[in-house]
Write a protein that binds this ligand. Structure first.
Ligand code: NAP
Length: 217
């Protein structure tokens, strides 16, 4: 079963931050970039976020593009801390919601399933296994995945080399070194390990830059 095509979406300040240190992130980029990003959502079968983003932002993760379907929402959530009152959970009967977790047989998983959320168990190996989750997505008919953050989840995909394209929206604003990074720890020890990219396109969306990169083999 082939894995979905993976796009990483970064919406950052000029200095590569996605939020303040306290998690406040609304909004880093302009309304024009966010609208552009919603079209990107509509082009993908699924959107993934980490548990911190689900908790701090309570996102809807819908495309809201007229005439387009909403993708499946996916949360990587080791301990099932996703709130039952979150937007992703309460709208699971209208728009599919999946959770990857390490143990799918517990009271919370039953409660999530009862309101229509699909709960999938994958191995926890210092973070939930991306390869297992991608296999499950492939089996479920998901052919394209947009990973929207935050920085820790993006870093896991980058560390594993599991991405095809990066869409980077960059706003002319500075959030400082104490802000949250758009790509978390990669634990590189020499420049030969640096993740090198080809820049395929640069355009402007209002005052923001929109850059498209592919992985350099
Ligand atoms: N500017 C933007 O467009 C944008 C977009 C998204 C997010 N944000 C901001 O980013 C911040 C959150 O980012 P973050 O980097 O702190 O966290 P994150 O990437 O959203 O979530 C990380 C958490 O996901 C869970 N996880 C499970 N498996 C994982 C794996 N294989 N790899 C990585 N994480 C895994 C872990 O929590 P458990 O151990 O509990 O499972 C981990 O702590 C928020 O402030 C949010 O507002 C901004």
């Amino acid at each position: 079963m082939s894995r979905p095509k993976i796009t990483l979406k970064l919406a950052t300040s000029l200095d590569g931050k996605i939020a303040l240190s306290n998690g406040d992130s609304q909004w880093v980029t302009s309304e024009a970039s966010r609208a552009h990003g919603r079209y990107l959502r509509a082009e993908n079968d699924a959107i993934a976020v980490g548990a911190n983003t689900a908790e701090l932002d309570n996102p809807r993760l819908t495309s809201r593009v007229p005439g387009q379907k909403n993708p499946t929402r996916i949360v990587y959530d080791t301990t099932l801390r996703l709130s039952m009152s979150s937007n992703i959970v309460t709208s699971a009967n209208e728009t599919p919601s999946w959770v990857f977790t390490r143990g799918a047989e517990c009271e919370k998983s039953e409660a999530l399933r009862a309101v229509g959320v699909k709960v999938h168990a994958v191995t926890d190996q210092d973070g939930l296994s991306l390869t297992e989750s991608l296999d499950i997505m492939g089996q479920g008919g998901i052919r394209s995945l947009l990973v929207e953050g935050g920085g820790m989840l993006i870093a896991s995909f980058v560390r594993a080399g599991l991405f095809d394209t990066i869409h980077w929206y960059r706003a002319p604003v500075l959030l400082g070194g104490d802000g949250r990074d758009c790509v978390g720890t990669l634990s590189l020890t020499n420049m030969g390990q640096a993740v090198r990219l080809h820049r395929m396109k640069v355009s402007t969306v209002g005052q923001d830059l929109h850059e498209i990169y592919v992985k350099k083999d």
